[in-house]
Design a protein around this ligand. Structure first.
Ligand code: PLP
Length: 344
């Protein structure tokens, strides 16, 4: 029997029956007038979870990042970020287009930014180099394998930054929470502004939340409008978001467990990749392979759907639509791949 296991991304998740019920029953109003009670409840709930004065509901993670950049920088500013972070490499140059900023990119091979790299870049202002207006980190860091930041490292970074604000792209913040046992509140303490996506592992159909000081979020509401992100009766979406925050966080541990199993399966199947399965701590298996695109295409024919995130880098992501039988199937397919192919 042909099976299909979709490991392309955790964005392919479907809303749960509880979300669909909540959406159908949601009380809604016009967000532009601040009159949607369900959106307001979702924003308050998230703000409380992360200990910020206010949160703003936006249509997507990219928009959350773009609003943050607009709020925290001015044209010509420099943002320090990891070379492969989403805001740098996966948003079609949106920060340059929307905010006229430039990035100074740092090595993020292992998911975190080295404190020394950050401090040297800031210090370079004394050598006629641009002022660093913002440091952006990604937690979990997708391209390194969904790597969660350790709380001590985030704190050390924040302490070292002084007046320079810290932004946390927490598209998968709750994966980091579940993997490390650090609360969202603890992580958020060190970030001036942060965001989390509801539409990835948490299974809501649409939406991300940006949070920070009242002042920053007042500015964010203006930028949301400018970018066309002020939805109207968005309470239908927020209702699913509330179910996501209430019921879908703890189950991420299952995704992590399945990803760890798959990490070992892939590491064993492709020794040439030198992939260390122990680097898989959340829901993302990603490693370099010389024939990454061919490998993905071949696996797809066998019913295992993955993707590439760079020319020679494959990625497989677990989520609520992947169960233990699926993991067994992938184990079987990958374990029995044609040997010569695996050395293509
Ligand atoms: C780390 C990170 N940030 C931001 C985003 C953007 O989220 P969205 O697809 O909702 O725009 C993604 C999407 O995968 C992501 O992985």
């Amino acid at each position: 029997m042909h099976r299909e296991v979709d490991l392309r991304s955790d964005t392919v998740t479907q809303p749960t029956p509880a979300m669909r019920d909540a959406m159908a029953a949601a009380t809604v109003g016009d967000v532009g007038y601040d009159e949607d009670p369900t959106v307001n409840e979702l924003e308050s709930r998230f703000a409380a979870m992360v200990g910020k004065e206010k949160a703003v509901f936006v249509p997507s993670g990219v928009m959350a990042n773009q609003i943050a950049v607009r709020v925290l920088t001015k044209p010509g500013d420099l943002i320090l970020a990891g070379r492969r972070q989403h805001v740098v490499s996966f948003e079609m140059g949106a920060s340059a287009r929307n905010s006229s900023v430039q990035f100074l990119t740092l090595d993020d091979t292992h998911g975190v930014l080295e404190l020394r790299d950050v401090l040297d870049s800031i210090d370079a202002e004394l050598d006629h180099q641009p002022h660093v207006a913002l440091v952006a980190i990604e937690n979990t860091h997708m391209p390194s394998g969904g790597t969660p930041w350790e709380l001590d490292d985030v704190r050390a970074l924040k302490d070292a930054l002084g007046e320079v604000p810290l932004y946390m792209d927490g598209a998968r913040l709750f994966n980091a929470v579940v993997a490390t046992g650090t609360s969202a509140l603890e992580y958020a303490e060190s970030a001036d502004v942060l965001m989390a996506c509801l539409s990835k592992g948490l299974c809501a159909p649409v939406g991300s939340l940006l949070a920070g000081s009242r002042r920053a979020m007042t500015a964010a509401t203006v930028e949301r409008k400018r970018l066309g992100g002020t939805m109207r009766q968005a309470g239908f979406l927020a209702a699913a978001g509330l179910v996501a925050l209430d019921t879908m966080i703890d189950r991420l541990a299952e995704d992590h467990e399945r990803a760890r199993t798959l990490a070992h399966v892939f590491a064993d199947a492709f020794p040439e990749s030198n992939y260390d399965p122990l680097t898989c701590r959340t829901n993302i298996v990603t490693f370099d392979h010389p024939e990454a695109r061919k490998l993905v295409a071949h696996l797809e024919e066998l019913g295992v759907r993955g993707g590439t995130v760079a020319p020679r880098r494959v990625r497989f992501v677990t989520h609520s639509g992947v169960n233990d039988d699926d993991v067994d199937y992938v184990t079987d397919v990958v374990g029995n791949l044609d040997f010569s192919f695996s050395h293509a």
